[in-house]
Design a protein around this ligand. Structure first.
Ligand code: GRF
Length: 204
């Protein structure tokens, strides 16, 4: 029988990327299952999406912890409880610390709505518009201690149109996000990602 990889997804909001990952697992496109979903926000819609899919959905309130490290210790303990092997950040609005990264070496991924290294941090789509970029996109990367600086796994580009608002550009990028994140997880699950320094080679 083929091994099924356990993914833990961390969210803070809508969870549309979480949905795309759950759907890809359910459709058998990736040999993985979402073992648990954790949100730092109680009202994150993604928690409802998880519950609807019968997946354990937990609220871990960061305000109940004295600092980032102790919060991350609680995250690690919960992820271990569900035997998570890959952590997928999907709109998780928290800075994570080495406590989480060292518990899951080269096994924490993030999706960012820009073509990194351009426009890291918050409001990436707004940044691209304000800068006058003609091409925007999204990036799936392994997480390192910096903000959106880890080794790049996959990227997808979309045009920026003269009529774009932050909303229309975000929607165009999100369409690509929902394809890209499950694909990056598939590559990870099948052992096709090799990391050398900050370069990720994708096997056939
Ligand atoms: C996405 O735009 C993602 O790139 C960014 O946060 C947003 C999360 O959206 N990191 P959703 O909660 O998955 O709908």
């Amino acid at each position: 029988m083929e091994r099924t990889l356990n993914i833990g997804v961390l969210i803070s909001g809508s969870g549309s990327n979480l949905q795309s990952i759950m759907d890809a697992c359910a459709a058998g496109k990736i040999k993985a299952r979402v073992a648990c979903v954790i949100s730092n926000k109680a009202d994150a819609f993604g928690l409802e999406r998880a519950r609807k899919a019968g997946i354990p959905a937990l609220h871990l309130d960061h305000r109940a912890y004295s600092g980032r490290e102790s919060y991350d210790e609680a995250l690690v303990a919960t992820l271990r409880e569900f035997e998570v092997e890959l952590v997928a950040l999907a709109g998780f609005m928290r800075i994570i610390t080495p406590v989480l990264l060292e518990a899951f070496p080269m096994a924490v991924m993030n999706i960012h709505p820009a073509l990194l290294p351009a426009f890291p941090g918050l409001h990436a789509q707004r940044q691209a518009l304000d800068y006058g970029a003609k091409v925007a996109g999204c990036t799936v990367h392994f997480v390192d201690p910096g903000t959106d600086t880890g080794p790049i796994i996959l990227q997808a580009a979309v045009p920026v149109l003269p009529s774009d608002t932050e909303q229309t550009l975000s929607a165009r990028i999100q369409k690509e996000e929902h394809r890209l994140y499950p694909e990056a997880i598939r590559l990870f699950t099948e052992g096709l990602l090799e990391v050398s320094g900050r370069v990720v080679s994708v096997g056939a």
